[in-house]
Write a new protein. Structure first.
Length: 110
């Protein structure tokens, strides 16, 4: 799995933070656009998405070489708003997919 194009290993999330454990370099992690964080499966599908984060710091595990990118919601308040809208959009998309499946089943049954 990739996160914004960087190999993904793990993550931890809370009400206002997101920590990403990545397989790239510190430079790659710090260059990442964290305003929109996308988790893409090996098949190329969007698995999860977060919005409105800013980078706080990056650390390297000396034993594994993995980089942990510590992100927080944008402290201006816009991060929380964008994240809430992103979650709402995800819900709307899921409901749309459900509706499309029902319509396909109904139309296929004619």
């Amino acid at each position: 799995m990739l996160v914004n194009g960087i190999k993904y290993h793990n993550h931890a999330e809370g009400a206002n933070f997101l920590n990403l454990v990545l397989g790239g370099t510190v430079d790659q992690a710090l260059a990442m656009d964290t305003s929109r964080i996308q988790f893409i499966t090996d098949e190329g599908d969007l698995a999860e998405e977060f919005f409105g984060f800013v980078k706080k710091s990056a650390t390297v595990d000396a034993a594994t070489g993995r980089v942990t990118l510590h992100c927080v919601l944008d402290p201006s308040g816009s991060g929380a708003a964008v994240n809430a809208l992103g979650a709402e959009l995800k819900d709307v998309k899921a409901k749309n997919d459900d509706t499309q499946a029902v319509l396909a089943a109904l139309l296929g049954g004619e």
